[in-house]
Design a binder for this molecule. Structure first.
Ligand code: COA
Length: 259
């Protein structure tokens, strides 16, 4: 179905694997379009509760946007490249109503780290190396990195990482709060799956509301507290709320209908 991706849905968890290992899974235009389709399909699939994104091979999650593709771009083409990427992939993933976990199995550089940062949770292999080295190419991060990295690690650390174009290892990424867990390389995806299963047990509509409320706090002109109040109120009209509270009072596990 896809030329550059593998997708698999098992037990309500869809895993999307970027599959260009000989190019360290670099994001070229076709991969970005396919990723948009795959995320859209998974988000609309009632049988998918959590999405995991990872890279194929042992070496890389994603080693960045495909440098070969934009090396002769004009100013207008550069702007268009970034705007299109934001719209169809990076902002798109960050604002999905299905939770996305990035299983960082190696290099996550440039657009690769930006994709991982657009995801809602990040787990990294002990072998992962993370960075935004764009200034070493005469560029800046163009897929949300200048905004999402400071949000995750603070302005000073973000500026240091971007301006030195250096890579940090998984240990430092954990210490900085850029990733939530460090896992042995062979189990990084299975650990992400375990996390996904825990999420999948909970109310889908409530999780969607959590994502909406948290994301609202990062949008200009939107008051996250107001969004929280509104989403909190909406929850009271859902079947999931009735089931969750009834199950608690009946001392049994909730079986959420997801509506
Ligand atoms: N764009 C296009 N191709 C890329 C790429 C990228 N971002 N990253 C890696 N590749 C390709 C290499 O060109 C090479 O292809 P080739 O075999 O056809 O020559 C292949 O992937 C393997 O990469 P290579 O550089 O040989 O591996 P390495 O182990 O020596 O180095 C990296 C690994 C990640 C350090 C190195 O590939 C690198 O610096 N990549 C670019 C990172 C970057 O600047 N990303 C931000 C882009 S905006």
């Amino acid at each position: 179905m896809y030329e550059h991706l593998l997708t698999e849905t098992v037990a309500q968890i869809t895993t999307i694997t970027i599959n260009r290992p000989t190019k360290l899974n670099a994001l070229h235009a076709e991969t970005i379009v396919e990723l948009h389709e795959a995320f859209k399909m998974a988000d609309r699939d009632l049988n998918t509760k959590v999405i995991i994104i990872t890279g194929s091979g042992e070496k890389a999650f994603v080693a960045g946007a495909d440098i070969r593709e934009f090396s002769d771009f004009s100013i207008a083409e550069g702007k268009q490249l970034a705007a299109h990427g934001h719209r169809v992939l990076f902002d798109y993933v960050a604002n999905l109503s299905t939770p996305v976990i990035a299983a960082i199995n190696g290099f996550a550089l440039g657009g690769g780290l930006e994709l991982a940062m657009a995801a809602h949770i990040r787990v990294a292999s002990t072998t992962a190396k993370l960075g935004l080295p764009e200034v070493s190419l005469g560029l800046i991060p163009g897929y949300g990195g200048t905004q999402r990295l400071p949000q995750l690690v603070g302005k000073g650390r973000a500026l240091e990482l971007m301006m030195t174009a250096s890579m940090i290892d998984a240990e430092k990424a954990l210490q900085w709060g850029l990733v939530n867990h460090i896992i042995a390389p062979e189990t990084v995806v299975s650990f992400a799956t375990t996390l996904a299963k825990k999420i999948a047990k909970n109310s889908t509509v409530a999780i969607r509301a959590v994502l909406t409320a948290v994301n609202a706090g990062y949008q200009d002109g939107v008051n996250g507290f107001d969004t929280e109040i509104s989403e909190f109120g909406h929850c009271f009209g859902t079947e999931d709320f009735k089931e969750g509270t009834t199950a608690f009072l009946e001392k049994r596990k909730a079986d959420f209908p997801g509506c």
